[in-house]
Design a protein around this ligand. Structure first.
Ligand code: NAD
Length: 296
């Protein structure tokens, strides 16, 4: 069993860390939110005094932070690359921009550490049930070393290629998810306005060619999926401001690749407007409020 430092125990990192404890690992956790740390300490983790402390005397450090700036702050300068013991493996599961991923990979490698980027898909349900998909980028040897730990938090562990390739796959996935959310709410609001019951729309579309993971597991309309954020007052889940972050990353990636992504651009603009309207802290599924402001 490994000794693991875990930094960032929010909506995703909290349940992921708990699954590592359940699997028998020794966890040392740090988060800027004391409340988030308390939750995981109650499950048996040790409280670290700082990010540096979380990275000392451990075999592996897992980070699960909101954006690239947070990851740079935690890794670089006097952060965990400077503080960790030789031989420590870094696993960054945050979804971040390609440039920040490259910067932390380079710093870790220059200091002699192995590292993978390993962003996830599957939402808080997947984090809770240890069924996440991990999209991994880095040297193959680092991936092989990380794999047993990732298997304690997920079900589908995929090697995507060299450093940063996990982030590219994740950004592609989330662009599809953002577009699917918007497409789903547009169709439901239109169908309901034309007199069809929401449940009928769900029963048919979820078993027809319009079905997606978003519809089946995280239906953005309140009601048909009782466990979804939409059915629970849009409590996150996955905050709309984080979806906007990922859609923006998709647009930067589209520029880098030189490929047009008109639907990605539309979804980005829609989530930008939604966040500007003050709904950034609600779950991503709350985008229905942009299409039908009166919907709960
Ligand atoms: P969150 O805001 O719930 O959790 C992030 C945690 O990081 C917070 O508790 C925050 O206090 C902590 N943090 C921020 N900066 C820190 C620092 N410098 N040092 C220590 N702790 C710090 O976010 P989340 O929903 O858990 O998402 C985390 C990452 O996972 C994001 O990149 C997100 O895009 C990605 N993601 C989220 C979901 C989801 O469904 N929520 C799904 C897939 C991927």
């Amino acid at each position: 069993m490994a000794k693991i430092g875990f930094i960032g125990v929010g909506n995703m990192g909290g349940p992921m860390a708990r699954n590592l404890i359940t699997a028998g690992h020794n966890l040392k956790v740090f988060d800027l939110s004391e409340e988030a740390v308390n939750f995981i300490v109650q499950s048996g983790a040790e409280r670290a005094a700082s990010v540096q402390d979380a990275a000392k005397e451990v075999d592996i450090v897992v980070t699960m932070l909101p954006v690239g700036g947070n990851v740079r702050e935690v890794f670089l300068n006097d952060g965990i690359v400077a503080a960790a013991d030789p031989g420590t493996l870094f696993i960054d599961s945050s979804t971040i921009d390609v440039e920040s991923a490259a910067a932390v990979h380079e710093a870790a490698s220059a200091a002699g550490f192995e590292m993978i980027d390993a962003p996830v898909s599957g939402g808080t349900i997947g984090a809770d049930q240890a069924t996440l998909t991990f999209m991994c980028g880095g040297e193959k040897a680092a991936f092989d070393r990380a794999r047993p730990i990732l298997e304690d938090m997920g079900k589908n562990i995929v090697y995507c290629g060299g450093p940063g390739k996990g982030q590219i796959v994740k950004i592609c996935n989330n662009m599809v998810a953002g577009i699917a959310n918007l497409a789903t709410v547009e169709a439901f609001v239109m169908g309901e306005k034309l007199g069809v019951d929401r449940q009928v729309l769900f029963d048919v579309i979820s078993t027809s060619s319009g079905s997606t993971w978003i519809l089946e597991k995280a239906c953005p309309m309140p009601g048909p999926v009782p466990a979804s954020a939409a059915s629970n007052e849009f409590k996150p889940g996955f905050m709309a401001k984080l979806m906007l972050k990922d859609l923006r990353l998709s647009q930067a990636a589209s520029q880098m690749a030189g490929t047009p992504t008109p639907l990605g651009a539309t979804a980005t603009a829609a989530y930008q407007q939604h966040v500007n309207n003050g709904f950034g802290d609600l779950d991503q599924s709350s985008i229905v409020k942009l299409i039908e402001p009166s919907d709960e």
